[in-house]
Design a protein around this ligand. Structure first.
Ligand code: ADE
Length: 250
């Protein structure tokens, strides 16, 4: 698959994609990632990409013309509607978007091309969200200074789901969110560290007991840190009862 990132800071990305799994996936030819300078799609002498907001207010707004020209030249489509039924998506990163999650990461990992449009300044002309992009996506309820860091997050989360990217020794099947829960706790040596021991069950080699402990520990951790996730998780009656007991003893 390939990512095309439209940004006014193309240099931001070179070091970001040069480490770990993303670097390996690029080297193996599983993914191509290109960052494009939005100013390359301006037609005026000063290569202006922004303008003042109608209605007044602070800050500058990214103009529609360069963004529409950029997306058309990268996808061949003039508007989002032309991409229906293809494996191409155009994603605007903005704090007004729907929140990015593992489900959307899996969906994007099946695409042949994902174009990421990075917002900047006070915002982006709304016709970009209305007409040009297939998805408007936020990485969380906080405001970044621009969409670049968010684009890097999306690329990282998607690339590691491309078949072959994680290598044969690991997989994305057992990790956080795979079953709608947080991951279970992990330990390595030493067995005792600053007076705290690794849970005995993990030292014993009984795989049935270990699997049960991990499931229960994942549930407890999810209840403590992300109780909102439990509402959508598939839990047995026994697990629900256990969580209730835990909540009552807090
Ligand atoms: N741009 C600014 N804040 C953002 C956020 N939370 N997610 C995506 N893009 C953004």
């Amino acid at each position: 698959m390939r990512f095309d990132i439209i940004t006014i800071f193309p240099g931001y990305f070179a070091p970001v994609f040069d480490y770990g799994i993303v670097r390996r996936a690029r080297a193996a030819g599983l993914v191509e990632i290109a960052a494009h300078d939005l100013r390359g799609w301006t037609s005026d002498k000063h290569r202006i990409v922004d303008d003042r907001p109608f209605g007044g207010g602070d800050g500058m707004i990214l103009k529609p013309e360069p963004l529409f020209a950029a997306v058309e030249s990268l996808t061949g489509a003039k508007e989002a509607g032309e991409l229906a039924g293809t494996r191409k998506r155009v994603v605007l990163l903005s704090p007004q978007g729907k929140v990015f999650d593992q489900r959307l990461a899996h969906e994007l990992a099946t695409c042949e091309q994902v174009v990421l449009v990075c917002g900047r300044y006070e915002g982006v002309d709304e016709r970009v969200a209305e007409m040009l992009v297939t998805d408007e996506v936020s990485i969380g309820d906080y405001v970044l200074s621009g969409g670049e860091a968010a684009a890097a997050v999306v690329v990282d989360a998607v690339v590691r789901l491309i078949p072959g990217a994680l290598g044969s020794e690991t997989s994305a099947v057992n990790e956080s969110f795979a079953e709608g829960l947080l991951d279970f706790p992990h330990y390595t040596r030493p067995v005792e560290f600053r007076g705290r021991r690794v849970p005995e069950v993990l030292l014993g080699g009984n795989h049935g007991e270990i699997a049960l402990w991990r499931r229960r520990a994942a549930l407890s951790k999810t209840r403590r840190n992300r109780p909102d996730l439990l509402e959508r998780a598939a839990l047995t009656d026994e697990e629900l009862a256990r969580l209730e007991r835990e909540a009552n003893s807090d």
